[in-house]
Design a protein around this ligand. Structure first.
Ligand code: FES
Ligand code: FES
Length: 215
């Protein structure tokens, strides 16, 4: 990360004012397999950097306060609310958005296919966050990470994604349309078949490159 304008304010300026550029830095995010170089204001969230700067509008802004899950993406393989992360703090991170879930040849992620099969959306606004969150859930369950309903603090192996497990683990992703039953069915179907199947986000090399953007 390279901070721009980090010297002192030559003009003195009013009290508490920052010198030009002192609140901006250059960062590199690896987004859906491609390095993206950005000049970001330190106050910009990862969500706004994705949507407004990189024009990856699949990730949605619902509450902008960490309460709805619409903005969920994967950061270094873990799901996160991008509205709660500052872009400048993610320098060097690998970010996967809903645009990066399908394979390079357009083959949908198993969860995307299951959402279609189970009619797991209505308006679709929450769906990108639901999908990214569900990808995270599959990884957490495969790694044996317990949830509140798992019943043991340290499972010895992968956690079976029961309906209760899925509802608990996706409880941070709200759906105004009430498509929860279809969402749970879709995740359960993919979770039940994930032994030996690749249900993670595609590897970086499998994602078609996008041109670097320097803003
Ligand atoms: S927009 Fe981030 S949690 Fe609602
Ligand atoms: S499908 Fe409309 S908010 Fe979930």
């Amino acid at each position: 990360m390279h901070q721009a304008g980090s010297g002192s304010d030559p003009g003195g300026g009013p009290p508490h004012s920052a010198p030009d550029g002192a609140h901006r830095s250059r960062v590199t995010l690896r987004v859906n397999g491609t390095d993206r170089d950005l000049d970001v204001d330190h106050r910009v969230t990862l969500l706004d950097a994705l949507r407004e700067t990189l024009e990856l509008t699949g990730t949605k802004k619902g509450c902008d306060h960490g309460q709805c899950g619409a903005c969920t993406v994967l950061v270094d393989g873990r799901r996160a609310n991008s509205c709660l992360l500052l872009a400048v703090a993610q320098d060097g991170a690998e970010v996967t958005t809903v645009e990066g879930l399908a394979d390079a040849d357009g083959t949908l992620h198993p969860l995307q296919r299951a959402f279609l099969a189970h009619d797991a959306f209505q308006c679709g606004y929450c769906t990108p966050g639901q999908l990214c969150s569900a990808v995270g859930v599959l990884g957490e369950a495969a790694d044996g990470q317990p949830s509140h309903v798992t019943g043991t603090a340290a499972p010895s192996g992968p956690v079976t994604l029961t309906t209760d497990e899925i509802r608990e683990r996706l409880s941070g992703n709200l759906c105004r349309c009430g498509a929860y039953n279809g969402i749970v069915e879709a995740v359960a179907e993919v979770g039940a078949g994930m032994n030996g199947a690749d249900v993670t986000a595609p590897s970086s090399s499998a994602i078609p490159p996008r041109p670097d953007v320097i803003v």
